[in-house]
Ligand binder design. Structure first.
Ligand code: NAD
Length: 289
């Protein structure tokens, strides 16, 4: 009898993580769903059934990530974990010169250090330790198109996703000897609750800076872009391909704005600087003082 493959997904309560849990269950996988609230654990179990085991896993909490690893180890027995999806993330915005340093630390703590913690805990189950049955597992990191290009005023987020690109590449090279592949998915706007959380950012904290009107403009622009984003199931499909294709793509870009992404990748950076700053009102002639 063949045993169903299993994956651990961090940040599975909503959005891309939830859609991926649902998609993998439909494909016959077992899912360890990282959540932070008991209510989310109960909701996932109710909605997705027996194939889902919710595990408490705040990626900023080392003890909790380790306990999640112990729980997954016990459930797996000697079976290899087929996938780790490093998905948990938040988006921090604000002009760099005025951003509370703690906001940048929080951004990197969740989106980068948190993925390191999860990768360290789950790598033995993916096959860095001996004695597991089944072929080595894979790691799929949820990066972003912001991993290639930094939008002003959302630079903390872009820093975290640029770091995710380096993390993915370096980890892939470090895990090659174990046969554990590591790939990244780079979504553009996807319609998930992350955009509703962007609306919670209070621009008033930057009211006395030269950036306030650009922030207001950017927020309106981003929230409407997010709501027109691709459905999260598209990312779930790409994650599944990353977990199962014989030779998965190292980076899968998924965006409703392919032309914009392509232009960003081919235009000279100085030209892109001029286009973006003009759109947001960040050119020298937009300074009102
Ligand atoms: P979301 O807000 O619906 O999901 C984020 C998930 O991460 C939630 O389950 C949340 O509870 C969890 N999370 C937040 N902090 C956590 C922590 N400390 N520990 C564990 N879990 C934590 O948003 P989403 O859009 O589904 O985001 C998922 C991933 O996709 C993120 O890494 C995000 O950067 C990335 N992404 C999203 C988009 C988009 O447009 N929505 C685009 C590119 C990349």
């Amino acid at each position: 009898m063949s045993v169903s493959p299993s994956a651990m997904i961090t940040g599975a309560s909503t959005g891309i993580g939830y859609a991926t849990a649902e998609f993998l269950v439909e494909k016959g996988w077992n899912v360890f769903a990282g959540v932070r609230q008991q209510a989310d654990a109960d909701r996932l179990k109710e909605a997705l059934g027996e194939a889902v085991l919710p595990v408490m896993c705040d990626v900023t909490d080392a003890a909790q990530v380790k306990a999640a690893g112990d729980q997954v180890r016990e459930a797996l027995g000697d079976q290899t974990l087929a996938g780790l999806v490093n998905n948990a993330g938040v988006a921090v915005a604000g002009p760099l010169l005025h951003l509370p340093v703690e906001d940048m630390q929080r951004q990197l703590e969740i989106n980068v250090t948190g993925q390191l913690r999860a990768s360290q805990v789950f790598a033995p189950l993916l096959g860095t330790e001996t004695g597991r049955s089944g072929k080595p597992g894979r790691i799929v990191n949820i990066s972003s198109v912001a991993g290639f290009s930094a939008m002003p005023l959302v630079t903390p987020y872009a820093c975290s996703k640029h770091a995710m690109e380096a993390f993915t590449q370096g980890l892939r090279r470090e895990l090659l000897m174990y046969g554990i592949d590591v790939v990244a998915i780079n979504p553009g706007p996807i319609a998930t609750p992350i955009w509703d959380k962007a609306e919670e950012l209070d621009p008033n904290q930057y009211a006395d800076t030269d950036y306030i009107s650009a922030i207001e403009r950017l927020m309106g622009f981003m929230v409407s872009r997010g709501k027109k984003g691709l459905p999260p199931v598209k990312v779930a499909e790409a994650i599944y391909a990353g977990l199962t294709d014989a030779k998965p793509k190292l980076n899968t870009v998924l965006t409703p704005e392919p032309l914009q992404s392509w232009l960003l990748s081919v235009l000279p950076s100085r030209m892109t600087d001029r286009i973006i700053t003009k759109q947001l009102g960040l050119t020298p002639d937009s300074l009102t003082r």
